[in-house]
Design a protein around this ligand. Structure first.
Ligand code: PHE
Length: 339
């Protein structure tokens, strides 16, 4: 009997439980009324008095040890579960990071935001376009060398169809569908048949803007683009307008900003001029308005177009256009916006 009690004492001491069930099993096995220790007490009662005294002592010790163990096990369990109760379940969850937005998307959204505050809507149009919307309506005469300014991908089976070379096709679609006042920007993908290099790609993205109403003048164009440049690049940016040519605008101007990389001192990006071209612009040519059924005697308008890649390049100092479409996670990871 004494040996059995000693063996049980070691067993009790060594017992571990990791959950409620384990503790309950322990209680049932050793401490409950039908447990081993109660059975031993029953046996003890039938013993002769001298032995009873001896066995009773160690059996009581075992009982106490077993009860203490139960207390310890229960406390351990409570303290571990009470720590989980400490978690504040009303807190919002930590969001799963599912990825970053593409730098071109970030820039496009920023451009849209700036122009939306000036009252411009966002308009959309097809990437596969007919010659009329991409060229003829925009005052590019048939076989005129101006069409060569933009190397075009034509659809093989139907040479009247092409991949749009600029988002100006959306200007035409807007002006033929709606009557002035019109104020919209048109972001989208465009295609040109150019060899792929750090500075050119066969597709890229533009945001074009169009404002047609009574009494729209060049001063409105200038002020709008001044405002845009300052919002996009900061108050210290310098802006200049350079006379240029586009078939669909007259007069036309290209817009340069002071180089953000060298702050105007001259570097590779600005080809040591201190200036970087960011947009083409001009007053909508009267022929374009006429082609769309708008009377150029009554309405005037301005238009501008810029490359999203170029804006992004200056914003984030990206020096190779190809990075935008290679999908290299190491590149994409650098543009943080939590979604
Ligand atoms: N469509 C011209 C281009 O792609 C940009 C432009 C738009 C210029 C509107 C003037 C006015 O180069």
């Amino acid at each position: 009997m004494e040996d059995r009690i000693k063996a049980l004492a070691t067993e009790v001491e060594a017992f571990t439980a990791s959950d409620k069930q384990g503790v309950e099993q322990y209680r049932l096995k050793y401490i409950s009324k039908k447990g081993i220790i109660s059975e031993l007490f029953e046996e003890m009662k039938r013993m002769p008095p001298e032995e009873k005294k001896q066995v009773g002592k160690i059996l009581n010790e075992l009982k106490q040890a077993a009860e203490q163990k139960l207390k310890a096990l229960t406390e351990m369990l409570e303290s571990s579960s009470s720590s989980s109760v400490d978690i504040d379940l009303t807190l919002p969850p930590i969001p799963n990071k599912i990825g970053n937005q593409h730098p071109l998307t970030l820039t496009r959204n920023r451009i849209i935001e700036i122009f939306e505050r000036l009252g411009f809507n966002v308009a959309d149009g097809p990437e596969i376009e007919d010659d009329w919307h991409n060229f003829s309506a925009l005052n590019f005469p048939e076989n005129h060398p101006a069409r060569e300014m933009q190397d075009t991908f034509f659809v093989e089976k139907n040479p009247d169809m092409l991949l749009r070379t600029h988002t100006s096709n959306v200007q035409i679609r807007l002006m033929t569908k709606q009557k002035p006042p019109l104020r919209a920007i048109m972001p989208g993908r465009v295609y040109r048949n150019e060899a792929i290099s750090a500075r050119a790609h066969c597709f890229f993205h533009q945001v074009e803007g169009l404002y047609v109403d009574r009494n729209v003048g060049f001063a409105d164009l200038k002020q709008t683009l001044y405002h845009f440049a300052k919002e996009m690049y900061g108050k210290d940016i310098k802006i200049r307008f350079r006379p240029s040519f586009f078939p669909f605008t007259e007069p036309s101007a290209e817009i340069d900003i002071s180089c953000l990389i060298c702050k105007g001192d001259g570097c590779n990006v600005c080809k040591h001029t201190g200036w970087v071209e960011i947009a083409g612009s001009g007053m909508v040519h009267p022929n374009v308005l006429k082609n769309c059924g708008i009377d150029p005697e009554e309405f005037t308008g301005f238009a501008f177009g810029m490359g999203i890649e170029r804006v992004t390049m200056l914003r984030y100092q990206v020096n190779d256009l190809r990075l935008y479409s290679e999908n290299d996670i190491r590149f994409l990871k650098q543009f943080h916006t939590v979604i």
